[in-house]
Design a protein around this ligand. Structure first.
Ligand SMILES: Cc1ncc(COP(=O)(O)O)c(C=O)c1O
Length: 414
């Protein structure tokens, strides 16, 4: 025994550092120092402690394969069923209409590819769709179909006249984002949904940014299918869902198993599903925490920036917006440079434009709203959550205003 503790030279081997299993995350479960402020919650959110607790318990108590016949499997099945019921009740659909997936992107690909499978579709969508929807729609039209872009107004809202003028007789699908990831603008889908019903065109709704940040009622939307993903609302990453209206057939994207009633093969990750359901349950139980409190912080930040951050333009300011999202053009500044400087000051946010092959490209959603290229490229998105505090927001506002004023001063001298 003693021998085994010694190396070939009869010396005790050097103590190996403890194996790092926390991947750089400190013991408090945060990679952030106290001074850094996270305002990028539309990219992803930090899991709620209550959600992590439920998941930790589920990994132990319901670890089995829910497809197994034995009692362990039945425990997991009960847990999965309960989570499905909770999810259905929050989204106002029936449990059998929900297919659990790995997240928003998979849900979108399943829905679009399944609703219009032949590659010859004509699809109506907005210019501001998430790249997942845009790419799935492009693929669904690549063999002779076409995309038709629905017009939006200067606030990013669907234009009613434009909806009436769509080539309804030709359309195979309408796809629309419910709450926009960049601007937070929320679409009123009443008219579009009514037209889809009248012309028997399936409506696909990307509710990835909406679910868990605002009440979402699947029945009321009148959609054929709706996508959502847990990591946007303080649930775990790697889980999401697709609601498919009863009676509508959406062939599985992933095949090779009978799970999810044959609509998505693969052993269900019960603890992830349970965590997602818990986050939705908490949202429904205490909506004020994720809506009213967050809106108050967002509004405070917006007011401070309007007052003290030089010339700004708030995108979608007059539209109904997600309570957490603030998309701002800091006119005269370069958004990318601003982002870098804000990061140095400990404020994490994201760009209102996309960076393709080293150069920033204006966000299509802003261009569609009529925002000029310069304002697009000076745009930055702040997205808050219930895990921010008013003190943090005040501190973030101070830092943002300081950085912006400094950048304006520098550009004035060159
Ligand atoms: C509106 C919207 N749809 C879809 C997605 C894709 O979700 P995920 O990357 O989690 O699969 C996102 C993610 O940012 C999104 O904001």
């Amino acid at each position: 025994m003693r021998k085994r503790l010694r190396n070939g030279h009869g010396q005790r081997p050097k103590q190996r550092p403890a194996r790092q299993t926390d991947f750089g995350v400190n013991r408090r479960g945060s990679v952030m120092s106290a001074e850094r402020i996270y305002l990028d919650n539309n990219a992803t959110t930090r899991i709620l402690p209550e959600v992590a607790d439920v998941m930790a318990r589920t990994w132990q108590a319901a670890f089995a394969n829910p497809g197994s016949q034995h009692s362990f499997g039945q425990d997991a099945r009960r847990c999965l069923d309960a989570a499905r019921e909770t999810t259905a009740s929050v989204l106002n659909c029936s449990p059998g209409e929900i297919v659990f997936t790995s997240g928003g992107t998979e849900s979108i690909n399943t829905a679009v590819g399944g609703l219009v499978p032949r590659g010859q579709a004509t699809i109506a969508l907005t210019a501001g769709e998430h790249p997942a929807t845009l790419a799935a729609c492009r693929r669904a039209t690549q063999n002779g179909g076409r995309l038709v872009f629905m017009p939006v107004d200067g606030q990013g809202r669907l234009e009613e006249d434009g909806l009436h003028q769509l080539p309804w007789e030709e359309l195979d699908l309408a796809a629309v984002i419910l709450a926009h990831n960049e601007t937070g603008v929320i679409q009123d889908l009443t008219v579009l949904s009514e037209l889809c019903r009248k012309h028997q065109v399936p409506l696909f709704v990307d509710a990835v940014q909406a679910v868990g940040k605002m009440p979402v009622d699947f029945r009321e939307l009148g959609a054929a299918a709706m996508a959502f993903g847990a990591h946007k609302f303080h649930g775990p990453r790697g889980i999401g869902g697709l609601v498919i209206r009863a009676g509508i057939s959406v062939p599985a994207l992933l095949i090779g198993g009978h799970q999810e009633a044959g609509r998505r093969a693969g052993t269900e990750p019960v603890p992830l599903v349970a965590g997602m359901a818990e986050s939705l349950r908490l949202f429904e139980e205490r909506p004020e925490e994720r809506i009213d409190a967050v809106r108050a912080m967002r509004d405070r930040l917006e007011e401070r920036l309007k007052a003290d951050a030089g010339p700004v333009r708030i995108h979608g300011a007059h539209a109904s917006r997600l309570p957490n999202t603030l998309s701002v053009a800091f006119q005269g500044l370069d958004g990318e440079a601003l982002l870098v400087n804000l990061n140095l000051e400990g404020v994490a946010c994201s760009l209102g434009s996309t960076c393709a092959s080293g150069s920033a490209e204006p966000a299509p959603t802003l261009l569609a709203m009529g925002v000029d290229r310069a304002d697009c490229l000076s745009s930055v998105r702040f997205s808050l959550s219930c895990q921010n505090t008013m003190d943090e927001v005040d501190e973030a506002a101070d830092r943002i205003c300081r950085v912006v004023q400094r950048m304006h001063a520098v550009s004035a001298t060159v």
